[in-house]
Design a protein around this ligand. Structure first.
Ligand code: ZN
Ligand code: ZN
Length: 291
């Protein structure tokens, strides 16, 4: 996995435009198709067999809620501009008191706020840059971090529940020790018709299901730590901006904190515009409000 990530980084640095042109549509499409595939599999095949009518209806609502949050938060990540250029004109340059905290970007050739740094793929500096995400086709930073957190949360929850209900299905069907259960689930093939020829498709689906859960789960584990300590993906060990969980959470989730799990449309203004970062060694000061 690390080798694959390093290879992607290496290619992205060498050929940023080609990387964006290929990786963005492919990754976004993977999320869309994967979400539709597992939702359909669960709602039309697995749950009607495993649960009674009432529970199926409840799971339809739960499933729709999860899908809505996956796609809604993915879209919000993409649509929200989190670059330094998203700031109002008068905030793109530091005030006299802030100037010593800002740093110079050699590529943009101007001063940038603390915690913002340049993205070669987006070709601009990003406010409190976390990382560039191909699955949302954009950089994750100050303005869209909340949506990315819930995007990974609901991807993990949805695929995790999908694995759980599939295991119950397998047990109920008596496929527990059967090497080809998922193939039969999806293509409705009788036990006697199975042969070694089906195994590739079956194991591919198994692998997809597991990957679809494990990959966002790993990212969610990182993001939980990032929210908890108010840090970023590439500076995970830094505790400079850790002001306690309640404050840290609001810097990413906004005023409503973890209640933002309800919907990407829930308004939750951030406490500042992403240019002013209080450290745990600096005296408290008045933040600049978001306009
Ligand atoms: Zn820059
Ligand atoms: Zn970027």
């Amino acid at each position: 996995m690390c080798i694959l990530t390093d290879l992607c980084h290496h290619y992205a640095n060498l050929y940023p435009k080609k990387f964006v042109d290929i990786a963005h549509p492919l990754s976004v499409l993977t999320v869309l198709v994967g979400t539709a595939f597992f939702f359909k599999l669960q709602m039309f095949v697995i749950t009607p067999f495993v649960f009674n009518d009432l529970l199926c209806k409840v799971l339809w609502i739960v499933g729709a809620f999860i899908v809505y949050n996956i796609l809604g938060n993915q879209l919000a990540c993409y649509c929200l501009d989190t670059s330094v250029d998203s700031l109002p004109q008068d905030r793109r340059t530091p005030s006299a008191e802030e100037e010593h905290l800002w740093h110079y970007c050699e590529i943009c050739q101007r001063l940038m706020p603390p915690r913002s740094w340049h993205c070669n793929l987006c070709k601009c500096c990003i406010l409190k840059r976390d990382h560039h995400c191909v699955f949302t086709a954009t950089c994750i930073g100050h303005n869209n971090h909340r949506y990315f957190f819930w995007f990974t949360f609901y991807l993990t929850l949805g695929t995790g529940l999908s694995i759980l209900t599939t295991i119950i299905y397998i047990v109920k069907k008596g496929y527990l020790f059967d090497p080809f259960p998922l193939y039969r689930i999806i293509f409705n093939v009788e036990h006697s018709k199975t042969s070694d020829g089906y195994s590739f498709c079956e194991y591919l689906i198994f692998l997809l299901n597991i990957c679809a859960c494990v990959l966002p789960a790993i990212m969610l584990a990182f993001q939980k730590r990032i929210v908890y300590f108010n840090t970023t993906y590439y500076k995970m060990c830094t505790r400079t901006y850790d002001l306690g969980f309640t404050k840290n959470c609001k810097f990413i989730m906004g005023e409503r904190g973890l209640w933002t799990f309800i919907s990407p449309t829930l308004k939750s203004p951030l406490p500042h515009d992403g240019t002013h970062w209080e450290t745990n060694s600096s005296p408290p000061s008045v933040p600049v409000n978001v306009k």
